[in-house]
Design a protein around this ligand. Structure first.
Ligand code: ATP
Ligand code: HSE
Length: 317
């Protein structure tokens, strides 16, 4: 594959995964965007400038996640691997359960799409498969690519192989049109929690009754997100991951519990420690009153981004 451009700009949304019972499967795109410019260099150097979130913390060379993902994308289609100059303007907070790492992986892969002569070689399905390999699970990558809400899955994920055993099965996803009344409120703490840590505290087995109840709620959540926001409270009840993570995010656990006691559809956003509350516009006023009494604004901030209808976009410059 030849290269077709040498300078592109990508925008990619934040995402909230799980949405309660949809562990590693459901996700929602939020209109908080990172922007990355990628320019090809004649030399083999990788130079990364970072503004905003992660500045002074993330690597500024070939180990930078966006740079790695650009190269994974180019490599996947047999395009020449060149030096890169990246300018990252980051707004999505890191390590808060708002999909920053998936956004970085998707941004790099979608930048690669913009750089190659035939962008269709890195279509949405291919980008999802590659991003899932980088991330380990598809639930943030899917809405970062498709926008709206998504249901992602990996065929025969337990074995890691597809039915004909021809290698690991790529992740797949479908996009849902979110009900226009859905309002997403994120409550973001100043503290961070690495996803790897939050995954490390999960049990290897759960009671069958919990798994059964969770399946029903996850199915109901698809209906609640798309057609019946009045069902959001029941539909966001989770038994698979949140309570097992309470000890590594006690403040989040308390906040989610307090909000749910008021009948609000609060969940841990992704692997935490942010909380996500899904309401309709009329209930958002009730939520504000509860947040006023429950949230210490020295340690948390509240944002109400719109649902991002589209996922990552790339333009040639
Ligand atoms: N824009 C970025 N550029 C480079 N590295 C990033 C970027 N965003 C995230 N990372 C890397 O990923 C880490 C955060 O990933 P992690 O999976 O722990 O949290 P998250 O993606 O923000 O949350 P979650 O997966 O629960 O939604 C950062 O500490 C950083 O190393
Ligand atoms: N499903 C993932 C989302 C975080 O990337 C988890 O909860 O660990």
């Amino acid at each position: 594959m030849q290269l077709g451009a040498d300078h592109v700009r990508v925008r990619v949304p934040a995402t909230s995964a799980n949405l309660g019972p949809g562990f590693d499967a459901l996700g929602l795109a939020l209109a908080i965007h990172d922007e990355v410019e990628v320019r090809l260099l004649a030399s083999a150097d990788v130079v990364v400038e970072v503004e905003g979130e992660g500045a002074g913390e993330v690597p500024t060379g070939a180990g930078h996640l966006v740079a790695r993902a650009v190269r994974v994308g180019l490599d996947a289609v047999g395009a020449p691997i060149t030096g890169l100059h990246l300018v990252c303007r980051n707004v999505i907070p890191h390590g808060r359960g708002l999909g920053s790492s998936a956004a970085a992986a998707v941004a790099g892969l979608v930048a690669a799409r913009g750089l190659i002569a035939d962008p269709s070689a890195l279509d949405e399905a291919t980008v999802l498969a590659l991003a899932t390999e980088l991330e380990g699970h598809p639930d943030n990558a899917a809405p970062a690519i498709l926008g709206g809400a998504t249901v992602a899955w990996t065929p025969d994920a337990r074995s890691g192989f597809s039915a004909d055993d021809d290698g690991p099965a790529p992740a797949r996803a479908v996009r849902l049109d979110v009900h226009p009344d859905l309002v997403a409120t994120v409550v973001i703490p100043t503290t961070r929690l690495a996803t790897s840590h939050a995954r490390g505290v999960l049990p290897t087995h759960v009671p069958h009754a919990d798994a059964a109840a969770n399946s029903g709620r996850a199915a109901l959540l698809v209906e609640a997100l798309t057609r019946r926001p009045d069902l959001l409270f029941d539909a966001t009840h989770d038994l698979l991951h949140q309570r097992y993570r309470a000890d590594v995010m006690p403040g989040t656990w308390r906040l989610v519990d307090a909000l749910r006691r008021q009948g609000l559809a609060a969940v841990v956003s992704g692997a935490g420690p942010s909380a996500l509350v899904l309401t309709t516009p009329s209930a958002a006023a009730d939520l504000d009153a509860v947040l006023e009494s429950e949230v210490d604004l020295r340690r948390w901030r509240v944002e109400r981004p719109s649902i991002a209808p589209t996922g990552a976009t790339v333009e040639r410059l």
